[in-house]
Each structure stands twice: as C-alpha cells, then as structure tokens.
Design a protein. Structure first.
Lengths: 115, 111
C-alpha cells in the first residue's frame, strides 16, 4: 500500500477483555516497530521486528502484551486482560533496512480506550 | 542509541524563525541525526536527517557543528500549522536496535 495502515482506528473495550491491533507495513519494509503513546506523552517503545531476526521485546510492559509478525509483513499486537492503564494510542511504524539513515513511516495509530 | 536532550517546550510567534537544539554528547562515529515531527492525533513523520555540517530541505535546516555533540533544527518563518512535537534521534541501528524516541520538544506557535 501507499503507507502504513493500522486497524481499527479506534477501539473501546471493557476491562479484562483481550484486544488485537493490526498493522500493515509498507511493502518491502523489513523493520516494524510498535509504540504506545499516552495523552500528552512521548512515544514508548514496545517491540521491534527486523527481518527474520528474533524480535526485540524489551519494551513490552507486561506479559499481557505480545506481538507477532506473519510472513515478514502484517503484525498483530495483542493485549490480554486489558486494564484501564492500557488506554493509549498504539502506533506502528515500518522502515526499509536497519540503519537509522533511513526514514521510518508511521501509521495513524489505534486509539484504545479501556472502560 | 545515543541519549539526547532537548527542551521540553518552546513558544514562538508566527513568522519567526525557530531553532530547537538537541544535545547528544555520546554520539558515535557512525551515528546519524534525525528529526521527526508529530502533529496532534497523528503519527510522527520524518523531517530531516544529517551527519555533519548543514542539511536543508523544503521543510527545515539542520545545523551540525564539527564535534557533532549537538544539532539544531531550524524552522524558517513558522506558521500556526508548525505547532507540533519535534523529536531528535541519534544512532545507527546496525543490529537489532530499536528506534527509541525521547520526550521531544513541544513547539507552540502563537498568532
């Protein structure tokens, strides 16, 4: 596609339910990142996929959070047993290659509200 | 990635030039300096990138002194639409190193 696509754009869920957030990166981009951004805050790194390498999960806040990237393309971020503090905008980005000297492209994000 | 320090917020009037400085004392030889811009309710977008001296594009200029321990993003004649958060990133993720953003600088442009 022309850009990074995330779905849904908005998600309201009840506390304790599981949610899945989807990211379609730009075709051919080997690097994919997930971030979380609470209102008025900076971007909190969650997880990083690079090609066929094992993902860097160092930013995941708890074991309720997990992510997969199937076939080196689409990625799904899953949050189990959601809590109110999980409410935030979840942003996905993709990038061609590994070096910082390439541009990362971000999706519009999924706004998650846990009630 | 090299740690960066930038002001939390800045205010400017329309039509003025805005300079946002980022400190990165531990920058390594192979590191690049990249700036991203984030508008409210949107994901960040790439503005400009440089390695040394000066880089200019249609959006901004990036000034990097010889020691590369800091860099300055310059926005000429800002308008209200330049109100955003500006992030400075430094690094060269040759391996499995994530792209880590700091808190950024919140620029507010006032009419």
């Amino acid at each position: 596609g022309a850009g990074v696509s995330q779905s849904p754009s908005n998600k309201v869920t009840e506390k304790g339910k599981d949610v899945e957030l989807r990211c379609d990166p730009i075709s051919g981009h080997t690097a994919l990142y997930w971030y979380r951004q609470s209102l008025g805050q900076g971007l909190e790194f969650l997880i990083y996929f690079q090609g066929n390498s094992a993902p860097d999960k160092s930013g995941l806040p708890s074991d309720r959070f997990s992510a997969e990237r199937t076939g080196g393309s689409v990625s799904t971020l899953t949050i189990q047993r959601t809590q109110q503090e999980d409410s935030a905008v979840y942003l996905c980005a993709s990038k061609h290659g590994t070096g910082l000297n390439t541009e990362a492209f971000f999706g519009q994000g999924t706004r998650l509200t846990v009630v | 990635l090299a740690k960066t320090t930038q002001p939390i917020s800045m205010d400017s009037y329309e039509g003025q030039e805005v300079n946002i400085t980022c400190s990165h004392n531990n920058i390594a030889t192979n590191d690049y300096i990249t700036w991203y811009q984030q508008f409210p309710s949107q994901g960040p977008r790439f503005i400009i990138q440089g390695y040394k001296t000066k880089v200019t594009n249609e959006v901004a200029s990036l000034f990097i002194p010889a020691d590369r321990k800091s860099s300055t993003l310059s926005l000429p004649r800002v308008s209200l639409s330049d109100t955003a958060v500006y992030y400075c990133l430094v690094g060269e993720d040759s391996g499995n190193t994530p792209l880590v953003f700091g808190k950024g600088t919140r620029l507010s442009v006032i009419a």
